[in-house]
Design a protein around this ligand. Sequence first.
Ligand code: SAH
Length: 504
Amino acid sequence: MSGKVWLVGAGPGDPEMLTIKGLRALERADVVVHDRLIGTGVLRYAPPDAEFIDVGKWSDWHPVPQEEIQNILIDRARAGKRVVRLKGGDPFLFGRGGEEMEALMNSGVPCELVPGVTSAIAVPACAGISVTHRGLASSLHIVTAHRRDGESPVDYGALARLEGTLVFLMGVAELPEICGGLIAGGMSLNTPAAVIERGMTARQRRVTAPLGELAERAGSEKVEAPAVIVVGKVVALADRLDWRAALPLHNWRVVVTRSDATVQGRGRLTEILRSRGAEVLEVPCTRTETIDAPLPSLSGYAWLVFTSPTGVKSFFERLAADQRDVREIGNAKIAAVGPSTKSAMEAHGLRVNLVPPVYSGESLGETLLSDIRSSGVSPSGSRLLLLRAERGAPGLTRVLKEGGAEYDEVPLYRTAPIARDSDLIEALTEALRDTDAAAFACASSVRSFAAAWPNVRVRAACIGEQTERAACEAGYKTRTAKKATLEDLADAVAETANIETKTI
Ligand code: SAH
C-alpha cells in the first residue's frame, strides 16, 4: 500500500496562516519534511510522535540537496507513510515546489499540492502595505533578485518602467543592486519603498525610505533575511494602514504551555494573546493519560466536584465506557473550579451550582464549606465526591479536611511528562530562547514547563498566587494577574515589560 505526499504551503510565519486543507494534512501526517520555517508554531499541528525532518532550506542555503529531499519524500511515501512536505509561504512561489512536484509525479507516488499564503502579499499586508490600491497601483510584480549562475540577470530597466508595485523576495543581500538598478533604469529616487524583515512574527521590522535611501537605511539598521522588499506608491500608505502596530502586545513573543490533550477551552489563552497582537509559541509540557478503572457508585453524594475540563471529559468518557447513565448522580449538586470547567459541564446539560470567586483549589474548598454550613448541614454530614487528576493539587483536600468535610476521591486521569527525545522539542528549545514572556494559567503548568525546559528562564505572567509561587521556585521573575482571569493574565504579560532584566 502506497502512502502519499502533500506539498503544503505553511504561510509566511504565523501558524494561523496555514490553510484549513494544510491543517488537515498536517494533523494526519506520519512524516513532516520542513524547511527552516520562521515559526515552529505550525509544526505543533502535526502529531507529536510524527517523524520531523528539518531539511533546513532557506533562500540559497540548502544543507540537504534538492535531490535528496525529493528522495526522502518518495521513499517515505513508498513505505506507506503520509508525508507532508511543508514549505514556507506558497510552495510554487520561489520555493522549488515545482521541481519537487515534478519528481513526485515522475515517481508515480500519489501527491497533492496545497497552496499557501505567500509572503509576497501577506508580509506587506501585515506591515500596512496593500500591494495594489485604487489610484496607486493596479498591478503587482513579484521578483526574485537572487539569480543563480547561468540565469539571465534581472532586467531592472524593464521593471522600472512598470506602473505597478514591485515586490522582491530573497533580496536583502542584493538590496543596493536592486535600488541602484531601478534608479539607473529611470525610476524616481523618491519612489516610496520599504523592506520588511521577519514579517508576521513578533520580530517584524519595517524600514521605510525613498528608493534612493533604502539600501543605506536598511544597511545601517542591519536588516537581515528573510525580508520582503516593496517598491511603489502604495508604500506611502503604510503608516495609515498599519493596523498591527496599534495592538497592545505587538512585537511580543509569548510562551503558552499546553498539554497535548484536546480539551474544551483549549487555546483560549492563546486566542486572547493573539487578539492583542502577540506571537504565541504554544509549547507542549505534559500529556494526559486516562485512567481506565470503572467509576465507583455515584449515588448518595451531596456534591460532585470537578477541577478541570479534562476531568469533565474523562468523567463522561468513563461513564459511557461502562454504559452507565449520568442520572446515577441523583440530586447531587455540582461544583466547578472555574469557568472553563463549568462550561465543559454545562455542555453536557448539567447545571453547575457553585464556582468559587477565586479559581483555585483552596477557594473551591472554602466556598463549598460555607455553602454546606449555610444550608444548615454540618460538613461531616455531607458527602462529597472529588473527580479530578491523580495526585491533584493538595489545596482543595487540605481545606476540606480542616473544615471537617467527608469526601471520596476518584482519580480520572494522570498527567505525564511529554516525551523528551522528539525533534519537535529540540526545535522548540531553540525558539524558546528568543521569547519575551511566558503566561502561566496554573501552578502545575509552571512546574511541567520548568521540568521540560530546565535551562530556560522566563519572565512569567502568573494567573494567581499559587502559580506565582511555583514560578518563583523555578527561578522566574514574575508579574501576577489582578484577578484570576485569562484577560487579566494577558494584562500581566504586558506588565512583565517592567521587569528590568530580560531573563530569557
Ligand atoms: N514560497 C515562499 C517564498 C520562498 S523564497 C512564499 O510564498 O512566501 C524565501 C523568501 O521569502 C525570503 O527570502 C523572503 O524574501 C521571503 N519571506 C518568506 N517569509 C517571510 C517573512 N515572514 N518575512 C519576510 N520575508 C519572508
